[in-house]
Write a protein that binds this ligand. Structure first.
Ligand SMILES: NC(=O)C1=CN([C@@H]2O[C@H](COP(=O)(O)OP(=O)(O)OC[C@H]3O[C@@H](n4cnc5c(N)ncnc54)[C@H](OP(=O)(O)O)[C@@H]3O)[C@@H](O)[C@H]2O)C=CC1
Ligand SMILES: CC(C)=CCC[C@@H](C)[C@H]1CC[C@H]2C3=C(CC[C@]12C)[C@@]1(C)CCC(=O)C[C@@H]1CC3
Length: 374
C-alpha cells in the first residue's frame, strides 16, 4: 500500500500512457513528500512527462486560496480539473447490518453501494467547517471559484470532473444541514452534494441547462464553456477502503481477492484496481463535454471477465435542490472569506510579534492542460 497509490495516481498513469501530445499535468497534493514519490513513480515509466507539483489541502481554505494563486501564476488556462480528493474518516463498519443485508434481497445493492453498513465520525476543521464537507466538497468549490478566469474562456471549453460515489444517497443529504453536522453519514452526504453541485455548475457556467431553465436570472452573467461531470469509480481497493476494516491486515484483503472476483460475476461495480476505477475518468477526458448528460453519473464498470467500460446512469437529483445548494455554498463562502480576512488582520499583528506559522501538509486533484498554455 504505497502512498498516492489510489485512483488519482492510476488516472495520471493512464493519461500519460495515451498518445496525448503536449499534455501537462499539475498534481495538487496535501503532502509534498508523497507527491514527490508519486512524481518519481510516474517519471520512471514516462520519462518525458511534463508534471508539476502543487501543495494544496482541500480541508483548508487558505491552502486552497494559496494554491489557486500559484496556478494563476503558472498557467493561463486549464482544460481539465479533476476533483478527486476525498476522505472517509473514522469509518464504522456495521457487521450485523452486513450479515443482515447479505442474507436479504438487498445483497447486490449492499455490495454495489455500501448502503446501510457504513457510518463515520466527523470533526470540525480550523476553518470551523465539518471536515468531510470541507475536504470532499467545499474546498473543491472554492478552488473552482478561484480558478474561474482559467476555466472560462470564450470560444473553448473546459471540464470539471468529480469523483463521486455509488454511496451518494439523497436520504443522507439535507438542505437544512448541508455540512451534515447532525448525521452519521457525512461521506454519503458530501458525495450526494457533489452530484448536486455538478448539476448546478452546469446551470451557471454553460448554456446546456440554462437554455432549459430560464428562471435563472444571473446565469447569463457567468455563462461560459465550463462543463461539469460526475463519475463513480466503483469499489476500488485503495487506502480509503483499507481504512474501513482497520483491524484487517492488508494481506487479508489480498486473500479476499478471489471472493471479490466471484462477487464481480454478480455486480460489475467491483472494479477493484485503481486502474479499472479510473476508466470513467479517462473516458470523460476523451469526450466532447457538450455531448455529456449533466444529470448522469458516469460509472467505471468491470465485467466478470475483467473487461472495463463506462456506463452513464441518471442521478437522483433535481435542479431546484442543486440550485439551493449552490446558493448555500456561496453564502458559506462569503462567511468563511470574511472570517479569513479578520484572521489575516490578526495574523499580521502576530507576525510582528515573532510568531511563525507553518502549513499542515497525496494525490487528489489533478489539473491538466495542453501545451503552449504557460
Ligand atoms: N476506493 C473506492 O472504492 C471509492 C473511492 N471513491 C472516491 O475516489 C476518490 C479517490 O479515493 P481513493 O483513490 O479510493 O482513496 P485514496 O485514499 O487512495 O485517495 C484519496 C486521495 O485524496 C487525498 N486527500 C485526502 N484528503 C485531502 C486533503 N484534505 N487535501 C488534499 N488531498 C487530500 C489523499 O491524499 P493522501 O495521499 O495525502 O492521503 C489521497 O491522495 C475519493 O474522492 C473517494 O471518495 C469513490 C467511490 C469508491
Ligand atoms: C467479504 C467481505 C469482507 C466483504 C467486504 C464488504 C465491505 C467492506 C465492502 C462491500 C462493498 C464496499 C463498498 C465500499 C466500502 C467497502 C464495502 C462496504 C464503499 C462504500 C467505499 C467508498 C465508496 O465511495 C463506495 C464504496 C461502495 C462499495
Amino acid at each position: 500500500m504505497s502512498p498516492c497509490s489510489g485512483i488519482g495516481l492510476a488516472l495520471c498513469e493512464r493519461l500519460l500512457s495515451q498518445d496525448t501530445e503536449g499534455l501537462q499535468l499539475c498534481l495538487a497534493c496535501r503532502n509534498m513528500r508523497r507527491a514527490q514519490a508519486a512524481r518519481w513513480a510516474l517519471l520512471s515509466s514516462h520519462p518525458a512527462a511534463q508534471e508539476a507539483l502543487l501543495q494544496m489541502d482541500t480541508s483548508s481554505i487558505s491552502s486552497v486560496h494559496t494554491a489557486a494563486q500559484e496556478v494563476k501564476l503558472r498557467y493561463n488556462r486549464l482544460d481539465y480539473l479533476y476533483l478527486n480528493a476525498g476522505i472517509m474518516p473514522n469509518p464504522q463498519f456495521d457487521v450485523k447490518g452486513f450479515f443482515k443485508a447479505f442474507f436479504s434481497r438487498c445483497v447486490i445493492t449492499m455490495f454495489a453501494t455500501g448502503e446501510g453498513i457504513l457510518t463515520q465520525k466527523d470533526c470540525v476543521t480550523p476553518d470551523g467547517l465539518q471536515q468531510v464537507f470541507e475536504t470532499n466538497l467545499f474546498g473543491h468549490f472554492i478552488l473552482i471559484r478561484e480558478q474561474e478566469p482559467l476555466l472560462c474562456h470564450a470560444g473553448r471549453t473546459s471540464q470539471l470532473i468529480w469523483t463521486s460515489s455509488s454511496n451518494a444517497h439523497r436520504s443522507a443529504f439535507k438542505l437544512e444541514d448541508v455540512q451534515h453536522q447532525r448525521g452519521t453519514t457525512p461521506y454519503s452526504s458530501s458525495k450526494y452534494a457533489s452530484d448536486l453541485l455538478s448539476l448546478a455548475l452546469n446551470t451557471h457556467y454553460n448554456k446546456q441547462i440554462s437554455a432549459l431553465s430560464l428562471t435563472h436570472t444571473h446565469t447569463a452573467l457567468t455563462c461560459c464553456g465550463l462543463y461539469s461531470s460526475v463519475i463513480c469509480p466503483g469499489f476500488v481497493m485503495t487506502n480509503l477502503t483499507y481504512s474501513i476494516l482497520p483491524s484487517f491486515p492488508a494481506f487479508l484483503w489480498t486473500l479476499l481477492m478471489p471472493v471479490f472476483w466471484l462477487i464481480r460475476m454478480f455486480t460489475n461495480t467491483f472494479t477493484l484496481s485503481p486502474y479499472n476505477g479510473a476508466e470513467a475518468l479517462l473516458w470523460l477526458f476523451k469526450q466532447k463535454p457538450e455531448s455529456l448528460d449533466p444529470q448522469a453519473k458516469y460509472h467505471s464498470l468491470t465485467s466478470g471477465l475483467g473487461n472495463n467500460y463506462t456506463q452513464p446512469q441518471k442521478m437522483d437529483i433535481d435542479l431546484e435542490t442543486s440550485d439551493a445548494l449552490y446558493e448555500k455554498l456561496l453564502q458559506i463562502e462569503s462567511e468563511v472569506r470574511k472570517k479569513l480576512k479578520e484572521k489575516t488582520k490578526g495574523l499580521q499583528y502576530s507576525c510582528s510579534t515573532g510568531i511563525m506559522l507553518t502549513h499542515n501538509s497525496g494525490m487528489e486533484s489533478i489539473y491538466s492542460c495542453q501545451a503552449g498554455d504557460q
